[in-house]
Design a protein around this ligand. Sequence first.
Ligand code: CA
Length: 502
Amino acid sequence: MGAAESPESQNNGVMLNQHPNIVFIVADQWRKQSAGFWSKEPYRSAIHDAGDPVHTPNLDRLADQSVVLTQAISTFPLCSPYRGMMLSGKLPHRNGVILNCNDQRPASQLREDVICVSDVLQEAGYSLGYIGKLHTDYPTPNLPGKKYATPPLASGRIWDAYTPPGPKRHGFDYWYSYGTFDQHFNPHYWDTTGRYHEPHEWSPDHDAKMAESYIQNKKGQRKEGAPFGLWVSINPPHHPYDQCKPEDLVPYQGASWEELAVRLNVDQSNDVMRNQIKNYFALVTGVDRAIGRVLNAIEEAGLAENTIVIVTSDHGEHMGSQNLTAKNYPYAESQDVPFLVRCPGRIAPRTDDLLIGTCDIMPTLLGLAGLDSMIPDDLDGSDYAELLRDIPSAVQRPESVFFFRNINAPVDSNGKVHDFITDFIGVKTSAHSFWISRKVKNWAEVGLYDIVNDPYQLNNLAETDPVLRAEMVEKLRAAIPVRFPIEKLHPEVAARLNAAGE
Ligand code: CA
C-alpha cells in the first residue's frame, strides 16, 4: 500500500498522505548529450547540438512523461562538491564539501550540522533511503581494527569512506551505500546497521535490485503509510569504461568511430577516446536498464501517480571534446547534465530551458513535495517548483546560472589540504556561456561562447566582441551568489574580473 492510499496521519502538523514520494536517481559522469531521446522530436529541436547515438529506451519512455530540462548544469562539475550541494542546497564552503573527498583533504567533508534535504524530509515524516555512491565523507580508519574502508589506490591515495550510522547519514534511516569505489563488477556497500556486503554483481544492476526491494517494501525497509524519499546513486557511466556488460555493447557493434563521436569538437586523432566511446555508451545503456527497473517497480507497486521521479547526473564527460577527458572543466560536456522530472498530475510533460543549478535541487524538490514552508531560508539555491509545474507564479524565471570550481590551496608539511582556491567562475544564459579562469590546461582564461549558434564552443568571442564581453562581465557579477566567498578567488581570476570591470 502506498502513501496515496494510506489513512491520513499527522506528524508535526503535516498531513503525511498529502505529500508525494520522491525517487531521486543520480548517475555519475553521465553527460546530458548521452540520451537517445535527443535524436528525435520534440527533443531534437529543443537543443542546438546533436544528441549522442546511444540506446536508452527506458529514459526515452520517461522523457515522454516528464519535464525534460535542456539547460540544467552541474554548478561545480565534480563528484563530491556536486553531492554536497545536491544534498544541502548550500555552496561548498557552507556545507563542508569544498573539494573532491579523499584522504589528502581533511577539510572536505559534509558537515554533520548542515541541514540536508533528507533532514527536512525526515522532519516532515518521510521514510528515507540512500542506495549507492555517496562520496561526501573524509576517509578515516573507522572500521573495526582501525582499518580504512578500502586500501589505497596505486597512487597511494585513499578515496573510499565508510559513513557510520548517526548524524553523518542526515536522516536517511535505510542505508545501503559506500563512499567511492570504481570496480563496477565488484562493488561493495555498508547497510543500515553498518554490515559490509560484496554482492559480486554489476553495480547498477545491484543498485536497481536494492531499489526495487525498497519500493516494494518487502522487508519493511520503510514505514508503511508514510511517504518515502529514495536516493539511488549509480556509479557508471563513471570510468573505468571497459567495465561495461557485453550485452550493453551490442547496440554499438559495427558502428564506426565517426558514427559514434558526433560532437564537432572531438579531436578525431585521440586514440584513447576512440577505444573508449563504445564502452562509455554501453555503460549509459546499462544505467538506462537499471533506471527502467526502478521505474517498473514504482509502477508495479501502484505508486507512479504519487511519486516524483527525478533522473539526473552529478556532471558530464568530455570523451575527447575540447581535447579533454572526464570532467571538471568550464565546457558544456562537463557541465550539462540530464534532468528529467516526472510528477503525474502536477507536471505536464514538455521540454523547458530553465537555467537550474545544483543548489536549486533541494528547495525545488521540497517545493514539489508541498513542503515549501519547511525550506530553510538560508539556502544558496531557489525553489523553482512552480516553474516546473508551469502554473501562474510570482517566482521569476532565472536569466542566468552561475558556475565555478575549486582547487587545492597549498598543502601543509604532511601534504594535506585544508583550504581551497576558486580557479574559475562563470555564468550561463540561454544564449551564452562566459567564464574567467586561471590559465590552466588548454582552455582560455576568458571564455565567451554563443551556445545557440556555436553549441560546440569552437569560436571564443572574448577577444573579438568587446561589447558582448563587457555585457557578460556584468551578467557574471550579477550572478555571483550573495554568500559566494569572493575572497577565495585565485589572484589571476580576481585580477581579470577587476580589470574587466574597469
Ligand atoms: Ca562524479
